[in-house]
Design a protein around this ligand. Structure first.
Ligand SMILES: [Zn+2]
Length: 151
């Protein structure tokens, strides 16, 4: 890989606050979710629902409810900011009251992501559906906190 890799939307995406389908241009393409991904995501939701931390249990319940709204897209959405390259590996946005949660399957043609990578992105993006922000504010967990602390 060249450039810095952010395996979450973070700078790459959320600051641009998608309010609509981010793959509508030539940047990325929605792909069918595989049974391996479905199985992994269901297992992750079940694991989180038994987590010792109530915030992670809430994340798990939300993940279970929102799994039908998860979209897999083919490659990370690349943004160039100064000398840096950012790979936006996830997104979440609401349209007509429904959430859409996107997870990238690859960084680019040469660099695949594992299902574990995808699952981490899923935790991060699901946290946004609970109102978590990109950066921690006081005692509120950021989306990254959910991704890290519910591991
Ligand atoms: Zn985020």
């Amino acid at each position: 890989m060249t450039g810095d890799v952010f395996d979450i939307d973070d700078v790459a995406f959320s600051n641009i606050a998608p309010s609509r389908e981010p793959c509508s241009s030539a940047r990325c393409t929605i792909q069918p979710i595989t049974s391996e991904e479905v199985t992994a995501f269901q297992a992750e939701a079940a694991r989180l629902e038994l987590h010792s931390d109530p915030k992670c249990r809430l994340l798990g319940a939300t993940m279970r409810d929102q799994l039908p709204n998860v979209q897999i897209f083919d490659k990370a959405i690349v943004r160039y900011v100064g000398a840096y390259t950012f790979y936006g590996a996830g997104y979440s946005y609401q349209t007509n009251g429904e959430w859409r949660i996107g997870v990238a399957r690859r960084f680019d043609d040469l660099n695949p992501r594992t299902v574990a990578d995808e699952t981490r992105t899923l935790r991060h993006e699901m946290a946004h559906t609970l109102g978590a922000r990109e950066r921690r504010t006081s005692a509120e967990w950021s989306a990254r906190d959910f991704a890290d602390r519910c591991e």
